[in-house]
Design a binder for this molecule. Structure first.
Ligand SMILES: *Cc1c(COP(=O)(O)O)cnc(C)c1O
Length: 393
């Protein structure tokens, strides 16, 4: 049957692509080696430095986020290197599996998937490595499977407190342009990101921001690389070009996304995401449901993962919401499969879209027979009324 109105794509990435970006992408492909291309190249390469809050080079790959994960590892590490990772959720665990396939030795610090990486545990682990065999610390900034963030500045302080030279790599695939991220101030060596979450683009682009220390480490790395090689990218990027065919039309979209983010202002954008996350939690608490993240200071501004009561299927709820209200919610991944549903409140989003989302969930909880209290959407509305946005959100 025909579904009327817009589909609500409330998964935590891909996020809904605004019309302005769709129109920017809808352009003829140009010669990526022609004289006009460098304008576009410089626009996106320089623009992304602003989004990462860095003066360091940003590499742009025609790949999903997974490609940029791989690039971060293969450009600086060598076979047999130890890498310290935190098992904070599904994405952290996938990154460690990727590392193992490259003959690296990932060492995982376990968590219960209800909090971000712990700076104290990091400091202890690095102090114990007094011969400095750990070559990199890898952390997920915003764990999209759990809705917990990691306190990146404090993790950097832990590395410094242990006086350890390991490279600090951060996956901010779903964090960037939604949760504050400060590459330079926080002393990150390699950041990894993707196009389809806070950046509001379709999937297909990914990024590495690369510190000088990481560039220098690259000279001693012996892992094989060709497509992901930063040095060839840098040589071409310095002239505004790419060593192989870039995703030209996604770059048009990226230039538009950067303009949109700068028009709103990054700091306003972060406040907007936090406000929508807080309104969402007000609804969840009123429903009497459990938020997956248990540390208040680590609540994600990007998404909220909600646990359904024992014996009640989160996937059945998602199916009901899709069937009746034409809305997609994120599923529980790996060890929280069917126990969790995830509400994306990121990207090009406003108060009424949030209210539509929460109303659909509240009606879905009823139809799916999940025990809950009504009035969650009302609580979110009360919160939004009491904390007016400073812009037209
Ligand atoms: C989406 C996501 C990934 C995977 O990115 P792909 O674009 O699907 O390859 C990795 N890490 C995090 C934190 C993500 O949110």
């Amino acid at each position: 049957m025909r579904q009327t109105g817009r589909h609500f794509l409330q998964i935590p990435g891909p996020s809904a692509v605004p019309d302005r970006i769709l129109r920017a992408i809808d352009m003829p492909v140009i010669d990526h080696r022609g004289p006009g291309f460098a304008d576009l190249g410089f626009r996106v390469l320089n623009g992304m430095q602003g989004i990462f809050k860095t003066t360091a080079p940003v590499i742009i790959y025609p790949a999903s986020g997974t490609g940029a994960w791989e690039a971060a590892l293969v450009n600086v590490l060598s076979a047999g290197d130890r890498v310290l990772m935190f098992e904070t959720g599904h994405f952290a665990s996938l990154w460690s599996k990727l590392a193992a396939k490259y003959q690296l030795k990932p060492e995982l610090i376990d968590t219960d998937w209800r909090r971000g990486a712990d700076p104290n545990l990091l400091e202890d682990a690095l102090r114990a490595d007094n011969t400095h065999e750990i070559k990199a610390v890898c952390v997920v900034h915003n764990e999209t499977s759990t809705g917990c963030t990691a306190r990146i500045a404090e993790l950097r302080q832990a590395i410094d407190a242990a006086n350890h030279p390991a490279l600090f790599m951060v996956d901010t695939i779903s964090g960037l342009a939604a949760a504050d991220f400060q590459f330079d101030n926080w002393g990150v060596d390699i950041a990894v990101s993707g196009s389809q979450k806070g950046l509001m683009l379709p999937p297909g682009l990914s990024f590495n921001a690369v510190s000088e220390k990481a560039m220098a480490a690259g000279r001693h790395s012996d892992l094989p690389k060709s497509y992901w090689d930063w040095t060839e990218m840098r040589d071409a990027n310095e002239r505004g070009y790419f060593p192989y065919t870039p995703a030209t039309n996604l770059l048009y979209g990226l230039a538009e996304a950067i303009d949109m983010i700068n028009e709103e202002g990054l700091e306003n954008l972060f406040v907007r995401h936090q406000r929508h996350a807080a309104a969402t939690r007000a609804a969840v608490e009123a429903w009497g449901l459990d938020i997956q993240c248990q540390v208040e200071s680590e609540y994600s501004p990007v998404l909220t993962a909600v646990r359904t009561p024992d014996g009640h299927s989160a996937d059945a709820l998602r199916g009901t919401v899709l069937e009746h209200y034409n809305m997609s919610l994120g599923n529980g991944l790996a060890k929280v499969a069917d126990q969790v549903f995830r509400i994306g409140h990121l990207g090009d989003f406003n108060d009424l879209m949030l209210m539509g989302t929460l109303s659909g969930i509240e009606m879905g909880l009823h139809l799916a027979g999940i025990p809950h209290h009504t009035g969650g959407a009302q609580k979110a509305m009360d919160f939004l009324k009491a904390t007016p946005a400073n812009s037209q959100n």
